[in-house]
Design a binder for this molecule. Sequence first.
Ligand code: FES
Length: 124
Amino acid sequence: MTETLLCRLDDIPNPGSRLCDFGEGGWPAEGFVVRKGEEVYAYVNVCPHAGHALDWRPDGFLTRDRSMIMCSAHGAVFEIETGLCVAGPCPGKSLRRVPVRVADGRVLVRPAGQTLDQARSRSS
Ligand code: FES
């Protein structure tokens, strides 16, 4: 199972977010990435509250101060690093994380179902 190039790290504002397509019709089809420094986090673009897409404008997934992820539908607020909802209508629920890693300025997405540990062992 090989990793796929998602985008370049420099394509994502820092800090910032960007809508992206993780695959062709497969799981997960649409998601988003969030950059904090040299770290990138990726999630499926489905809110665990009521299943809406989170973005409230093109590539807009973050709070005004860019410290948290926010859903546009009813204002659920999620931690960037974990996807855990910490405020709003679904506290304790989480966004569905997509395994990505950064290598040589490239953001790589792992195939669906592959755990972080599996990916690390195959890439080393
Ligand atoms: S669907 Fe996201 S807060 Fe309701």
